[in-house]
Design a protein around this ligand. Structure first.
Ligand code: MCF
Ligand code: ZN
Length: 330
């Protein structure tokens, strides 16, 4: 069956990572920047491994240079996600790329993104919330400046704070101060952990950053006591199966622990992470999971309800989206 029309909630995407390759190519052409090296013959993004992926991500992002560019990006991303049936989306947005962590420039980028999101909500029925994100390999000082941007713009559209990037760079605890700042500003918290590093990374994220959600977190499966803790502490995992397989965390979906984590009682959700980079979208994720683990529309409805429960949004939005999910006859 096609899962296209099933309403979906997606908690883990990176705004530039969701950029359609044609948008980036068009911007590169307009700005006379040669980005031919980052594209494969089929027109998609090309990279060798995770670390090269981070470089290609930053190269693609280098042509997004103004609030107007981010408005175009936001519109394109939301159109694609709405086509895949997503009705509520959270995306990581980084003041590192939007104005170089300068608060006043960041406000201009944010206003443009929010305007585009409001337009898409009206035209395509998709709701977006932003999670301001520090980039781990830019280091703790940069993260503090990012958190300052978060403090200045928390509330309304900006509902969370997180961290992505190279998990091999520094420790979660190096970023505790930035996360404390974001928590004090009333933001909800998530961090990428347990993707490239093992379960200890997830423990560190819980202990030092006191997050409510974990990006990926899949390697928690290697530590049964940690699984118990995830359940007791009511932590939701933002699992991105296609991303993990494409980047080589697991060699194929059959080896991926999402079904085991779910069977053990961990709250798991499904997201695409950086969809064109991993040649995926939410429909493909559902089809692949259905083929591999036998999940059906009722399973996906339950996953989407878990996702909206863990969403970083206000209660009015949560209730409205939950009603749409519950109204599906699966
Ligand atoms: O989840 C994937 C892979 N694991 C870690 N980090 C990232 C992923 N996609 C993007 N990122 C990072 C990357 O460093 O997030 C940043 C990028 O620069 C952007 S946050 C708006
Ligand atoms: Zn991610």
């Amino acid at each position: 069956m096609s899962y296209q029309s099933l309403p979906k909630v997606e908690l883990h995407t990176h705004i530039e990572g969701a950029a359609p390759p044609d948008l980036i190519k068009g911007l590169a052409k307009e700005k006379s920047v040669d980005l031919s090296g980052i594209f494969a013959e089929d027109g998609g993004y090309a990279y060798r491994d995770f670390w090269h992926f981070l470089e290609v991500y930053e190269a693609a992002t280098s042509v997004l240079k103004s609030p107007t560019d981010y408005a175009r990006l936001t519109k394109a991303v939301l159109e694609k996600c709405a086509e895949a049936g997503v009705i509520y989306l959270e995306t990581f947005i980084s003041p590192d790329f939007c104005g170089g962590r300068d608060v006043s420039a960041w406000r201009d980028y944010l206003a443009a993104i929010e305007d585009a999101a409001n337009e898409a909500e009206r035209d395509a029925g998709i709701t977006l919330r932003g999670v301001i994100t520090a980039v781990r390999h830019f280091g703790p000082d940069a993260a503090r400046e990012t958190a300052r941007c978060a403090q200045e713009t928390a509330g309304g559209f900006i509902t969370g704070f997180g961290m992505g990037g190279d998990e091999k760079s520094g420790k979660q605890s190096d970023f505790a101060y930035a996360f404390d700042m974001a928590r004090e500003a009333g933001l909800q918290l998530t961090t990428h952990a347990g993707e490239w590093n093992g379960p200890q990374e997830v423990r560190d994220a819980l202990d030092h950053l006191k997050v409510q959600r974990i990006g990926h977190g899949v390697r928690a499966i290697e530590d049964l006591a940690l699984i118990d803790r995830l359940i007791e502490d009511d932590i939701t995992l933002e699992v991105c199966p296609g991303s993990n397989v494409f980047l080589g965390v697991y060699s194929d979906l059959g080896d991926h622990p999402i079904a085991k984590l779910r069977d053990k009682g961990v709250k798991v959700t499904v997201s695409t992470d950086d969809p064109p980079f991993f040649r995926t979208d939410m429909v493909k994720e559902y089809e692949d999971l259905s083929r591999q683990f036998g999940w059906d529309a009722a399973d996906f409805q339950a996953l989407n309800l878990a996702a909206i429960d863990a969403a970083f949004c206000d209660e009015t939005t949560r209730t409205r989206v939950r009603k749409i999910l519950e109204a599906q006859d699966v």
